[in-house]
Design a protein around this ligand. Structure first.
Ligand code: ADP
Ligand code: MG
Ligand code: MG
Length: 889
């Protein structure tokens, strides 16, 4: 015989917290609290297995369920000394849903179940309070009818309002028992009229009606949507809890409340929460009366804290608070009721908290000896650190939202509007705070994005150019705010009826995607000592090294401050957009003759050498991987007549010749075009110049600082071993030439990116000529899924919303597909060269889920944008701990 029903709270307490899967979170924790001696009103839990059986069996209950419920109910009756449906002193119950994880969309709780015309008189007698009894009855009808029978809530509100008006009273508490009787009659009539059925009078019918409604709500559209969004399988099912009622609304020695064992927004170790005197469950959140604080410490003179109003019950609750934290070893979110000065516990669960609170609570609890350091590491969600590293809007400041886009890069920024990268630079140079507003951004805007406080675009998704680059630089970004219209010519942006001009103030919240007009003050991030404590603990646990993707000295320095252990990706093409360089780059690309090209390249050499020198200095002996040029060619071609003329003049050529060259170079699909090592093979001079610049800089900085610099030269977009063989040979020849000229040698590595499926599949061969691999998971995602990052915005969000893909594969690695290739590439490479150094340098290097995957593959390091470095350090530590828990000791 299957056990479908578990008692809790009375003489029989059959559940425990570990039985959450079977009893749901609420049921398991009610049993747990009872087991540790806390006052829990007796009741029983109908298991989640009943829910599954119900749906497997065409919405029918298991045959023996009724008998088990009757038995459990009899136990509750015995414990309470009352009988369900007894007209002289009735037992009343609540019916509460409770899945494994708390889930909005499920049926709301029904209180005071078991009342009818006869039992209400019994309640009058047993409570000695006629008003209370009839108020409870009308509450029950209203709740049951709206939750179970689908009668609109406002039907009852309307009746109540009319009655109050007729009586000339404002507050429910002024309504007399007689008036409640009349209102109950109207309520029952409304139910009959709205549903064509009478309200169920028989307590047994009420009970089974409510149980059926809970199970029914498991499959309602709201619950289905929530489950889909949160990856909750439908097979889990919900449990139903039936619990004897306690009353917080029987007078001024009664109360009900909701609280947290610590402050969920700051983490401060104080009793935090709200309660109401003489009230029942839903009153606290209904907002009709103003709830009061728990502790006197936090109360203003006008407030009536529970500590002074109900001191005995408050002291008891403080004892419970401590006990619960000791027992659960985490901050708890609890619900309680006080009946005639006696405390009853109705719920406990781990409390939701802000990032700041999570951090503080984890460190404090470790210091208090409640949890271990390893547990503290696991208590802070890595992605939430973003909230702590960036400025936020002053919560007290007034603000007016004019639009909303995607929360593309976190933090808050306020500044004056500029519509071009050039304008941003000019204004920023004068000390202004500037927000760059563009329809979308391209690599040419990067210098403006850098000079700006924040970036707002009206087009593009979470992986649009603006989003990726802004995240990389730690700039605030709201992307794809489609309701805003930008007019470059008029230098205005329009959102609804509001039009802002260049120079007007605008404020962005990159954490929510909100756009505000005007200047909203921001608060700078304060990194507490707790933050570095946690980082230190994480570092002592993690195995993966964490490097950064950086090209500019500023980014490199930021990353070092955040604890980066080297540079995993320096994208040299990003160094080519500066105003003093772009001209030479264009000449290099547009030249048709080798000596022409050589001249342009020679002009670039000192710039590049200087760039690398700075990065090597900042990284002080830590590894630096420099990727040779991998330009999207079209981004470097001269645009428009004016630029064409400029380049022509510099090269001493006529515009027509150059126009022809430009169209010869333009590609239908640049992403799969003449880029990466293909370019290095066509024009070896470019890679040779870069190899020279890297080695010369490394020699210089080694000599200057005494740190042995071991540069890592990385060849991009290799698909075939021969490509790497040829480019490697050319680079080595240059390196040897430099050694000879300088009369010194140093250690160096030449490796490749694995970013094409063919490279991953033939990694064993490629490893023969590579000193290291770095998985370029951005391109590998594009090429594996055949999905262009720049064009996916029109359909990819829909894929994710409707569950075709679990997550955006550009944000979190597609473990089975792209991840499968990473695994294959890693295994292939290490088979040829055991100990081959393996890293990853795509956006995924900063994504906690992906990092956990890379840990399982056994990569050596991840590389991510500077502001993600702390996130990656923590995620890497958690990955180790997770892995450890999987392996039985
Ligand atoms: P939710 O999951 O929405 O919080 P609950 O089942 O916890 O719903 O019920 C909401 C509130 O109803 C509780 O916080 C409590 O105040 C009240 N409540 C539920 N069951 C009882 C009961 N047996 N006695 C008194 N109040 C109850
Ligand atoms: Mg609750
Ligand atoms: Mg790439």
């Amino acid at each position: 015989m299957t056990k479908w029903v578990y008692s809790f709270g009375g003489s029989h307490n059959e559940g425990r917290a570990e039985m959450r899967n079977l009893l749901g979170g609420k049921g398991a924790n009610l049993a747990e609290m009872a087991a540790i001696g806390l006052p829990v009103p007796p009741g029983f839990t109908i298991t989640t297995e009943v829910c599954s059986a119900f749906y497997d069996n065409d919405r029918n209950y298991p045959a023996d369920l009724k008998a088990q419920v009757d038995e459990a109910l009899a136990r509750v009756e015995a414990a309470m000394g009352l009988k369900f449906g007894d007209p002289s002193a009735p037992l009343l119950v609540s019916v509460r849903s409770g899945a494994r994880v708390s889930m909005p969309g499920m049926m709301d709780t029904v209180l005071n179940l078991g009342l009818n015309e006869k039992t209400v008189e019994g309640l009058v007698k047993s409570s000695g309070d006629e008003r209370f009894a009839w108020d409870s009855y009308r509450r029950f009808i209203q709740m049951y009818a709206s939750v179970v029978m689908d009668v609109a809530h406002h039907r009852f509100e309307d009746i109540l309002e009319d009655a109050k008006r007729a009586l000339g009273v404002f507050d429910d508490t002024e309504i007399t028992a007689d008036a409640w009787r009349g209102i109950v009659k109207s309520y029952l009539n409304v139910v009959q009229k709205e549903t064509g059925r009478p309200f169920p009078h028989e307590p047994q019918d009420q009970l089974w009606g409510a149980i059926g409604a809970v199970f029914g709500s498991w499959m309602n559209p709201r619950a289905n949507t929530y489950r889909k969004l949160h990856d909750i399988p439908a097979s889990w099912g919900t449990a139903v809890n039936v619990q004897s009622m306690v009353f917080g609304n029987m007078g001024n020695d009664c109360a009900t409340g909701v609280c947290f064992t610590r402050d969920p927004s700051t983490g401060e170790n104080i009793f935090y929460g709200e309660y109401l005197v003489n009230a029942q469950g839903e009153d606290v959140v209904a907002g009709i009366r103003t709830p009061q604080p728990m502790s006197a410490l936090k109360a203003t003179p006008e407030q009536s804290p529970m500590e002074t109003v109900l001191p005995e019950a408050y002291q008891e609750l403080c004892r419970v608070r401590e006990l619960l934290e000791k027992h659960y070893r985490d901050m708890q979110d609890i619900e309680f009721t006080v009946q005639s000065n006696r405390l009853y516990m109705l719920q406990t669960r781990s409390g939701k908290r802000t990032a700041a609170a999570a951090l503080k609570i984890a460190i404090d609890m470790a210091a208090e000896g409640l949890i271990t350091k390893e547990e503290a590491i696991q208590r802070v969600p890595p992605a939430s650190l973003d909230q702590l590293l960036h400025p936020t809007l002053d919560p007290k400041a007034e603000r007016r939202q004019i639009a909303r886009g995607l929360p593309a890069s976190p933090g808050a920024a306020t500044g004056i509007i500029a519509f071009s990268a050039e304008d941003v630079e000019d204004l920023a140079a004068k000390g202004e705070d500037v927000i760059l507003v563009r329809i979308e951004t391209s690599p040419e805007d990067v210098h403006g994005m850098h000079a700006a406080r924040g970036v707002l675009t009206t087009r593009g998704g979470m992986t649009s150019h603006a989003a990726v680059v802004a995240r990389g630089m730690g700039r605030v970004c709201v992307a794809g705010a489609g309701s805003i219209h930008v007019d470059y010519k008029a230098q205005t942006l329009t959102a609804g009826r509001e039009t802002l001009k260049a120079g007007d103030w605008v404020t962005l919240d990159g954490g929510t995607g909100a756009v505000y007009s005007g200047k909203v003050p921001t608060i700078p991030p304060t990194l507490s000592g707790d933050f570095s404590t946690l980082m230190g603990w994480a570092d002592s646990v993690r195995r993966l090294k964490v490097r950064t993707n950086a090209e500019t000295p500023e980014d490199a320095e930021t990353a070092r401050r955040f604890g980066a252990e080297g540079i995993g990706l320096c994208r040299t093409e990003h160094m080519f957009f500066g105003p003093d360089r772009i001209g030479h780059v264009r000449q290099m690309i547009m030249s048709t003759e080798q000596d022409e090209r050589a001249r342009a390249i020679d002009a670039l050499l000192p710039f590049q050498r200087d760039d690398f020198t700075q990065l090597f200095r900042i990284m002080a002996g830590l590894p630096v991987t420099v990727r040779l040029l991998d330009p999207p060619l079209h981004e470097f071609l001269p645009h428009g007549e004016h630029e064409l003329e400029e380049v022509a003049k510099a090269m001493g050529k006529n515009v027509e010749t150059l126009r022809a060259r430009r169209s010869a170079l333009s590609e239908a699909n640049p992403m799969l075009g003449h880029r990466g090592c293909r370019l290095g093979i066509s024009y070896p001079e470019i890679y040779n110049m870069q190899a020279r610049a890297i080695i010369e800089a490394a020699i210089a900085v080694s000599k200057e600082t005494g740190n042995a610099i071991v540069p890592e030269i990385m060849i991009p977009l290799v698909g075939v071993k021969t490509e790497l063989e040829r480019t490697r040979a050319a680079a080595e020849a240059t390196v040897q030439a430099v050694f000879k000229e300088k009369g010194v040698t140093l250690e160096y590595l030449i490796g490749t990116m694995i970013e094409l499926p063919r490279a991953a599949i033939t990694a064993g061969q490629i490893a023969e000529v590579a000193d290291f691999f770095s998985f370029g998971t951005n391109d590998l995602t594009q090429t594996t899924l055949g999905l262009s990052r720049d064009d996916a915005g029109s359909f990819l969000p829909h894929y994710v919303d409707t569950g075709l893909l679990p997550k955006d594969p550009f944000v979190s690695i597609d473990k089975e597909g792209v991840g499968g290739l990473v695994r294959l590439g890693a295994e292939g490479g290490r088979k040829t060269k055991p100990g081959l150094k393996l890293g990853v340098c795509g956006e995924h290097g900063g994504d906690p889920d992906s990092i956990s995957f890379f840990e399982s593959v056994g990569l050596d390091y991840v590389s991510c944008s500077p502001f993600r470095v702390p996130v990656a350090r923590l995620a890497a530590a958690q990955a180790v701990l997770k892995q450890r828990q999987k392996q039985p000791v």
